[in-house]
Write a protein that binds this ligand. Structure first.
Ligand code: G4P
Length: 535
């Protein structure tokens, strides 16, 4: 391919090995697990289809989080999967969906340099894809789209592309074009490299590629049926003329998505997707930080914690903190300073992730993820660095989608409860809101699993017996205004719906989306935001 994006592999100074750190975003059932598996097989990290699936199934089969955590060996290792391809190490970060959905899912997207958005060809954009996409957009994460399941009946290709463009407000650039779908599937045409990928009798890709001299090449007549060829020529011409050309800068800024097609199940288009990640997706980029962005080639080691894996044994506060390395060459045993406390932490037994196991890491580079076992000293959002005075920014809190009132079973335990909620909100397990009226604290999460984790940890670690009761509010937004008088008036008018978050910032709680829309429309001088940067 000719258009390697700027600042990719070739621009790195010698010494720092190249990485592609990415996540797959999709709605359940679009084929994320199958595609992950095929990527790992292509990279030689696993050898048999079914291995990732087996792990996912083992996880899903256990409903309560404690059991999940007892399988920590499984869940930790499948959080980050690593494979090598063409001298590049690919770090694939899992964004759990289904009932595992939590703020961690969102925050994981702050630790990647790019994402692959998998769409089911028959379904198009689905709600969870959209939600995850919005988080990518917050950080301008570049996205490659993979339209999966073209071996089955799907929707019209133009319709799918237009839906992506309209719903996500993105330019789309088809890089390939399917030659029919489902029963009429005859292959995949590479619009840029001018190659035809052909299926075998079972619609599987077994390596049959025919290079041609463009769509007018008469050789195509012998490779696909007459009607299919006619349709391909017509559609491809329209597509090339009608959609944006590939622009690496727009892609890097998250304004354009190159669209690939394939069938993860039948191995179609998987190698092309890896090539796209290799050629187009960015190497580790400078990361937003205060006082200045941190360049991956900066010699001092630095990184930030984006996820916490709670402990296997609730009696001991041991957990694994996931750190995204942003600069320098990390070596085992290094001392890194923790932002906030400024205290040095010796990282003696970091975990580097591989597809099948976790291994103690001797060294790691920007773009890699390291697991750091700790006893509760590290928190989500922390910066760890060899130097001092750097803080990575932009790790957000997300507006909760489920709110619950915390009710103590034994009212004498208020102090313990407050301490526990303080710790757990710092750690990123839940968000805690103190209502302006009433004594009971309100906790907010984006996924049900976080509530189960909360109750279980309150009971086991803090010996606090608490119940979660429905709250009259369903959603919350941080509010701000340039006009202090307006803010004060708004807070007074909506006293019953006001709360403050962990940092004392004002939050408006609404009974439903309709009310939120209504109130925000009537108060144009107030900004209602669904994310807030952690401080
Ligand atoms: P997820 O992780 O996004 O939830 O999806 P997963 O890979 O588990 O795939 C969901 C279902 O879609 C699976 O079928 C899987 O085999 C199927 N699938 C994935 N990719 C393709 C594809 O390219 N073409 C077709 N035709 N099917 C695909 P299932 O019946 O739910 O599971 P299984 O019994 O096949 O394991």
């Amino acid at each position: 391919m000719t258009d390697r994006a700027p600042d990719s592999a070739t621009d790195r100074p010698t010494g720092r090995p190249d990485r592609r750190t990415f996540a797959i975003i999709s709605h359940p059932d679009a084929g994320k697990t199958t595609l992950t598996e095929k990527l790992l097989i292509a990279g030689g990290a696993i050898h048999m289809a079914g291995e990732v699936k087996a792990r996912g199934a083992a996880r899903r089969a256990r409903s309560d989080w404690m059991k999940i955590e007892q399988q920590r060996g499984i869940s930790v290792t499948s959080s980050v999967m690593t494979f090598d391809y063409d001298d590049i190490t690919f770090n694939l970060l899992d964004t759990p969906g289904h009932e595992d959905f939590s703020e961690d899912t969102y925050r994981t997207l702050t630790a990647v340099d790019s994402a692959v958005m998998v769409i089911d060809a028959a379904k198009g954009i689905e709600p969870q894809t959209r939600k995850l996409f919005e988080v990518c957009r917050l950080r301008s994460v570049p996205i490659i789209t993979f339209v999966n399941k073209i071996d089955r009946e799907g929707r019209d290709t133009f319709e799918l592309l237009d839906e992506i463009a309209d719903q996500l407000q993105l330019d789309v650039c088809p890089m390939e074009w399917p030659v029919g779908m489902g029963g009429l599937f005859e292959g995949l045409y590479d619009l840029r490299g001018h190659r035809l990928l052909l299926p075998d009798a079972e619609r599987r890709f077994s390596g049959h590629v025919e290079p041609v001299d463009g769509l007018d090449d008469p050789r195509l007549d012998s490779l696909v049926s007459g009607p299919a060829l006619e349709k391909l020529r017509e559609e491809a011409e329209l597509a090339v003329g009608g959609y944006a050309g590939f622009d690496p800068v727009k892609y890097r800024n998250g304004d354009l998505t190159p669209v690939y097609f394939g069938s993860a199940l039948k191995d179609f288009g998987v190698a092309e997707l890896i090539d796209a990640l290799r050629d187009l997706a960015p190497s580790p980029r400078p990361q937003p930080a205060s006082p200045a962005p941190v360049d991956p080639d900066s010699p001092l080691v630095s990184g930030f914690i984006f996820k916490m894996q709670a402990n296997m044994n609730p009696q001991h506060r041991d957990r694994v903190a996931f750190m995204r390395l942003c600069s320098g060459r990390f070596r085992r045993g290094m001392k890194l300073n923790q932002s906030g406390t400024g205290k040095p932490i010796a990282v003696h037994s970091p975990i580097l992730f591989f597809a099948q196991s976790r291994e103690v890491a001797d060294e790691a580079w920007p773009g890699d993820i390291i697991g750091i076992p700790n006893h509760g000293t590290l928190r989500v959002g922390d910066t760890l660095s060899e130097g001092t005075g750097i803080t990575f920014t932009g790790l957000p809190n997300f507006a909760p989608e489920i709110l619950r009132r915390v009710q103590l079973v034994d009212p004498t335990k208020t102090k313990q409860l407050n301490k526990a909620l303080d710790d757990l909100s710092q750690e990123g397990v839940v968000q805690v809101f103190r209502p302006s009226l009433g004594a009971a604290m309100i906790v907010g999460v984006v996924g049900q699993l976080q509530l189960e984790v909360l109750i279980s940890r309150l009971e086991h670690e803090y010996k606090v017996d608490a119940r979660l009761e429905p709250s009259p509010y369903q959603t919350a937004r941080w509010i701000a205004s340039d006009d202090a008088v307006v803010m004060k008036g708004f807070a007074a008018d909506h006293r019953g719906a006001m709360a403050s978050d962990h940092d004392g910032e004002p939050v408006f709680m609404a009974k439903d989306d309709w009310e939120l829309g209504y109130v925000s429309q009537r108060n144009p001088a107030i900004r209602f935001t669904a994310t807030k940067e952690r401080v």
